[in-house]
Ligand binder design. Structure first.
Ligand code: ARG
Length: 475
């Protein structure tokens, strides 16, 4: 059903209708659209633009539609252009001409912007919840391996030994910033466009502030043209989702490496791995790979919306209809990836012996020799040179650092005494890294405590905000 007609002599050509139709993807906004309609109805009634008898009837029909949509008995029809026209068809079918009364003072332009904000606020909270679940899984896993030494890497080369718990925990910190980004985005996006009409506001005595608070928003948007034309809340949400995707992708890459035969550190649980159709011995880290692969579409969706927005003049342009699919896709993607990834993290078992045996290899304790000399008063550049010579000698004699003889040490530097071997242990190296944020197991334990605090305060924020938007959770 077209929502215009008066000034047209013909309906849109079939190709035009096919191009402009958005119902295939915007139908999932229906619960939000109905909720916004109930708020709009309230102000029309208050302003006495709709009699209370009609308002009663319309309210009842909107609620019926809510139920019918939830039960799947009211569905889009081939002639519906978008979710707004489909719902007006539903209302008119129930009420006849009275069904069209709700259109007073509002346009699809402010309607769709409102629906999409409600949808995003609701769904971003859900994503924040899933991210906190993953953080909890990472923190719990890190807790199991605080005392497990492993090689730490830079450039994918052994660098210095670290606590494997510390290595895992870095991801929980990154995800904490993602949740903080959602909170921050949420505060900035919780404003209502409803009441902006097509672009200029309304001559009817509507109450955008009242509608905003009825819908759970912080306030109404201060400029009606901005209200209908802005989609930076979509672009920003897509950035946050892409950032989460990029964090998952980095984690996925590490899981793939750790599960490889070459590393052999991680045993992924059977329920979170897949097999090969031809090679019976294979156990593949597909969840980790999909997490890595799907980062591509998350970044693509952000790029699509930014490119679509960049040249749009003035108020509403139909280009804006292209905001929805990328947003829906990014949300759907993370809704799939996050729980699977969390399950994989929880059930992966790491090989302590293997990690620990490989921790001192690759001369990863060379920095300890340099630091030993610095403590003895040697300037770092000279200390670095001496430690480098130790590595060189070991390489040519196929030895580990602690296997150098006393005289080899003193020949390289007179202050390198036999007790240098005391610092050439993985445990000593780990325990000595006590700077704030460092890898000493005691520090890692306090990092875990701090993270647990952050996670639970985020979880209570999510619970509080979800209540604010309760009642319209739907699609
Ligand atoms: N389906 C449209 C969208 O998503 C609704 C707004 C249509 N507005 C208009 N002026 N044609 O943007």
């Amino acid at each position: 059903m077209a929502l215009w007609g008066g000034r047209f002599t013909s309906s849109p050509a079939e190709a035009v209708f096919a191009l402009s139709r958005s119902i295939e993807f915007d139908w999932r906004l229906a619960p939000y659209d109905l909720r916004a309609s109930l708020a709009h109805l309230m102000v029309l009634e208050k302003a006495k633009l709709i009699s209370s008898t009609d308002a009663q009837l319309i309210r009842k029909s909107l609620r019926e539609l809510q139920d019918e949509i939830a039960q799947g008995t009211f569905l889009p029809a081939p002639e519906d252009e978008d979710v707004h026209s489909a719902l007006e068809r539903g209302l008119t079918a129930k009420l006849g001409a009275t069904g069209g009364a709700l259109r007073a003072g509002r346009s699809r332009n402010d309607q769709v912007a409102t629906d999409l904000r409600l949808f995003s606020l609701d769904h971003m909270l859900h994503i924040a919840n899933l991210v906190t679940d993953l953080q909890r899984a990472i923190v719990a896993k890190a807790g199991e391996y605080v005392d497990a030494p492993a090689p730490g890497f830079t450039h994918l080369q052994h660098a210095q030994p670290v606590s494997f718990g510390h290595e895992l925990l870095k991801h929980a910190h990154a995800l904490d910033r993602d949740v903080a980004r959602i909170k921050d985005w949420h505060a900035r996006s919780s404003f209502s466009p409803l009441g902006a009409g097509a672009l200029a506001g309304s001559s009817l005595h509507l109450d955008p502030e009242g509608v905003a608070s009825d819908l759970g928003f912080t306030a109404a948007i201060a400029n009606s043209i901005d209200a209908v034309s802005d989609r930076d809340f979509v672009a920003e949400a897509l950035f946050v989702l892409a950032m989460i995707g990029s964090h998952l992708s980095r984690m996925g890459e590490e899981w793939c490496l750790w599960a490889s035969t070459e590393f052999g550190w991680a045993k992924i649980d059977d329920a979170f791995a897949t097999g090969s159709s031809i090679m019976p011995q294979k156990k593949n880290p597909d969840i980790a790979e999909l997490a890595r692969g799907k980062a591509g579409r998350l970044i693509g969706n952000l790029t699509a919306v930014l490119s679509m927005l960049k040249g749009l003049p003035f108020a509403y342009n139909r280009d804006l209809q292209e905001d929805k699919e990328p947003l829906f896709d990014s949300i759907d993607t993370l809704n799939l990836v996050l729980p699977a990834f969390t399950g994989m993290v929880t059930t992966t078992v790491f090989d302590r012996e293997k990690m620990s045996a490989s921790a001192p290899t690759g001369f990863s304790l060379a920095t300890e020799i340099a630091d030993y000399l610095v403590r003895a008063g040697v300037p770092f550049a000279q200390a670095h040179e001496a430690a480098g010579k130790c590595v060189h000698t070991c390489e040519s004699e196929k030895k580990e650092l602690h296997q150098l003889t006393d005289s080899q040490f003193t020949q390289i530097h007179p202050l390198l005494q036999a007790d240098v071997r005391d610092v050439l242990t993985v445990d000593g190296a780990l325990r000595s890294r006590t700077t704030f944020g460092g890898t000493a197991p005691a520090n890692v334990r306090s990092q875990i405590g701090a993270l647990e605090g952050l996670i639970s305060s985020n979880a209570s924020w999510i619970a509080g905000e979800s209540q604010r938007f309760s009642g319209m959770m739907g699609a």
